[in-house]
Design a binder for this molecule. Structure first.
Ligand SMILES: Cc1cc2nc3c(=O)[nH]c(=O)nc-3n(C[C@H](O)[C@H](O)[C@H](O)COP(=O)(O)OP(=O)(O)OC[C@H]3O[C@@H](n4cnc5c(N)ncnc54)[C@H](O)[C@@H]3O)c2cc1C
Length: 467
């Protein structure tokens, strides 16, 4: 989504509307300040990585962002201001783990750690505690300023795991955690990036921890929004007015001439004073800029990569597993799906099991058709929850890697060397071009909360520039 502020030409006539959360949040503050603006959105809908799939009975399932949790103050405040309510992610009963071909069920653990040997538990807890202490010293404003930044940015998370973890069960759980948080294999992001991501999972009053990122209880997966998360962008867009939102308008070029920017999309050209590019760095890198952006900014967008992710939701007439004492919070070391949750709606008017297809597992399916992916999804669910999982009435499968205007998710991560070499370019404006998007956030980057705060930050930047 690209937002042009203090539009010079043209004046807009009414058009049918339907932008991501970062752009809409920026627009909300700009509108409140009484400045003219226009939103150019590539897709034919608002929401970006936030997407409801509407089901026949008026219910919705989230094919993109879904969970909210404590310290995500921006998204919780926005939901509240829009009249939306939250409810807890289902956790009654036993969790399931499929490991080395053996299925184990165990009571819900607030720490998300299954009951493994004391040795494993000690190794895990000590590793998590080390990560948390390292992260506590990393500033999300400038992670590259940490005294150990270059050491941590020169290694991948996998290299760090290799140096610390000796037990295969600990390794399995930690790899599963990292993959489920970033949708990368541990050999993709740099250690510094992961530490900054952990540090960011907090508000101003708290310190981020790995547990806060991965847990349901007191963690980022704690709650859901009644009616589905896409109600956030839809309601925001409603408040901004259809005449200001131009869908199906991918921006291709931003040109500066005589102190004036011209933004060219497939269907229109707008002249303006200030431009907000509210999208992930890889997507922002696909727009042409004249004069060219600084080399460092372009190199950053060339290097930050989206995680590989698909989200599958199997729908059943009712949540049959609940009667069996299962909460379908599952972990697995095999199959396309390695992490699952109960995605049934608040009133459980139907049953839904959601599973992520992440990193290498998603890449393996790149060339596969829907039929094969569906079969893989069902095979994974049967492996974790038994034969009753074999007959869903519908399987929703959202392949974010194949979405032209996302090309993956949940977030663009930084491989080794990127933050220390190019980090400051992430959110530094270039003249009147400002960069928003969850990746630029100091708090809860990679999450809806981060998207919203990045929008608020960039709106303040633009309003200051217009003073
Ligand atoms: C599968 C999945 C699960 C997730 N789960 C969660 C979760 O449980 N909780 C959570 O908080 N977050 C979650 N997230 C992350 C969350 O969705 C994102 O952090 C957030 O939505 C990002 O918002 P954004 O505005 O920064 O970017 P986007 O949502 O990507 O918005 C960018 C917008 O720009 C548009 N665009 C792209 N190129 C152009 C162009 N050239 N011209 C015009 N418009 C363009 C796009 O269409 C899009 O609308 C998940 C994401 C995914 C994919």
């Amino acid at each position: 989504m690209v937002i042009v502020v203090r539009v010079i030409y043209p004046r807009f006539s009414k058009s049918a509307f339907r932008g991501g959360l970062s752009g809409l949040s920026a627009a909300k503050d700009i509108a409140a300040a009484g400045k003219s603006f226009a939103i150019l959105e590539a897709r034919d809908r608002v929401g970006g990585r936030v997407l409801n799939v509407n089901l026949l009975d008026g219910q919705a399932e989230e094919a993109g962002a879904e969970f909210v949790g404590p310290t995500q103050d921006r998204v919780l405040a926005l939901a509240d201001s829009l009249g939306l309510t939250t409810y807890p992610t289902y956790r009654e009963g036993n969790c399931s783990m499929l490991r080395n071909g053996t299925l184990t069920t165990y009571p819900f653990q607030p720490s998300s750690i299954p009951p493994l040997s004391t040795e494993v538990l000690l190794e895990l807890l000590s590793f998590q505690s080390d990560l948390n202490s390292m992260a506590a010293g990393v500033s999300t404003e400038a992670p590259w300023d940490h005294p150990n930044a270059s050491i941590w940015d020169n290694m991948t998370v996998a290299t760090y795991l290799d140096s610390k973890i000796t037990l295969s069960d600990s390794r399995f759980l930690l790899e599963n955690d990292i993959t489920s948080v970033l949708s990368t294999e541990p050999n993709e992001p740099s250690l510094l990036y992961l530490l900054a991501y952990i540090a960011g999972g907090a508000n101003k009053k708290t310190t981020g921890t790995i547990g806060r990122l991965i847990n349901v209880a007191d963690g980022a997966q704690e709650s859901r929004i009644d009616g589905g998360t896409q109600l956030l962008p839809l309601k925001l867009a409603d408040g901004l007015g259809s005449k200001n939102i131009h869908l199906s308008n991918p921006v291709r070029k931003i040109t500066l001439e005589n102190d004036q920017y011209t933004v060219t999309s497939d269907k229109m050209q707008i002249s303006t004073q200030q431009v907000i590019v509210a999208m992930s760095p890889p997507m922002a890198g696909r727009i042409s800029y004249y004069p060219l952006l600084p080399a460092g900014r372009d190199q950053l967008t060339q290097r930050m990569a989206m995680g590989a992710i698909g989200k599958a939701i199997a729908i059943y007439p009712y949540p049959w597993w609940r009667k069996l004492g299962l909460n379908v919070q599952g972990l697995s070391d095999s199959g396309s799906i390695r992490v699952t949750y109960d995605n049934s709606p608040k009133e459980a008017s139907f049953g839904a099991i959601m599973g992520f297809i992440e990193a290498d597992e998603m890449r393996k399916l790149d060339d596969s058709g829907e039929k094969k992916v569906r079969a893989q999804v069902i095979q994974s669910l049967v492996g974790m929850f038994g034969d009753q999982a074999a007959n869903p009435t519908r399987v929703i499968n959202q392949r974010w890697d194949a979405e032209e205007f996302s090309r993956g998710g949940p977030v663009a991560f930084a491989p080794p060397g990127v933050l220390t070499e190019y980090g400051p370019h992430l959110k530094a404006p270039v003249g009147g071009i400002h960069f928003a998007g969850t990746e630029t956030s100091l708090e809860w980057a990679g999450h809806m909360d981060g998207a919203i705060s990045s929008g608020e930050r960039v709106a303040a930047e633009v309003l200051m520039a217009l003073k």
